[in-house]
Ligand binder design. Structure first.
Ligand code: MFK
Length: 221
């Protein structure tokens, strides 16, 4: 691991270019296995002995893991804002992102196809565990995804902010278990207020549109 340090506007660049630390290779494996399990086991058919056997094995793993110490992300965050975050700190912030974070077992995984000043685009496939109405992605999951996608458009344009307002219009069914695309871009700025829009597409059909206002913290604005 290098001795380089990074500030808030180098977050994405450092994350994309620094080598993946050895422990994160293993954290990503754990997370991928948990995601696969969640997707395969939800609504899985099985006789009572099979279900009971799986439950026993998973409970045994939970007991083995116990309650390990966990790193306080706020420390890494503070280092970032003083320009002294290490690559390891950056991975501790980014790899657990609840959308796309490869070390977060509940994060839908996203293949980011575009991330630049003009906006972002990601491709993903949501499994049965994200279902709302039969065959469709749950509306709350869509809001979750779009909050992250629109935030990512800020980061890709080297800006920082928290979601102030997010308006969502559900236009058509967003299918589970099929590839969908999310897109977002910045449309304007007034002082600390950054205006962002985006949506979700299934093929050529836009299924969701969103627009919102992100606020750069007073300390950075
Ligand atoms: C740096 C962080 C990096 C984090 C990356 C991950 C982000 C992932 C996305 C998220 O999930 S963020 C988590 C969900 N969002 C929050 O927790 C935000 C909670 N709300 C707040 O912290 C404050 O209400 C907020 C920072 C949004 C605004 O407080 P301020 O004290 O900065 O606002 P202020 O009262 O000074 O108003 C400044 C301007 O913004 C406007 N404004 C305030 N709150 C707003 C709001 N909620 N929506 C839209 N506009 C808002 C306000 O009208 C005013 O407009 P004008 O300048 O035109 O007069």
């Amino acid at each position: 691991m290098s001795n380089k340090t990074f500030g808030p506007f180098e977050l994405q660049k450092a994350y994309n270019n620094e080598p993946v630390p050895a422990d994160f290779v293993e954290r990503r494996r754990i997370s991928a296995a948990m995601q696969t399990l969640a997707e395969r086991l939800i609504r899985a058919e099985g006789d009572i002995d099979t279900l009971s056997g799986w439950a026993d094995q998973l409970e045994a793993l939970v007991a083995t893991v116990g309650e390990p110490d966990r790193r306080d992300t706020r420390a890494a965050n503070r280092k970032l804002f003083t320009g002294s975050a290490t690559a390891e700190d950056i991975f501790h912030m980014m790899d657990y992102d609840p959308v796309g974070g490869p070390s977060n077992p509940i994060a839908p995984q996203v293949e980011w196809l575009q991330e630049d000043q003009n906006g972002i685009e990601g491709a993903l496939r949501l499994g049965l565990q994200y279902q709302g109405p039969p065959g469709r992605v749950h509306g709350g999951v869509i809001a979750w995804l779009l909050d992250a996608a629109l935030s990512r458009a800020l980061h890709a344009a080297f800006r920082l902010g928290v979601t102030g307002t997010l308006n969502i219009r559900y236009l058509a069914a967003t299918p589970i278990e099929d590839t969908i695309h999310c897109r977002a871009r910045i449309t304007g700025q007034e002082g600390r207020k950054i205006f962002v829009e985006g949506g979700i597409w299934h093929g050529d059909t836009q299924t969701v549109s969103a627009e919102g206002i992100w606020l750069t913290p007073k300390s950075l604005g």
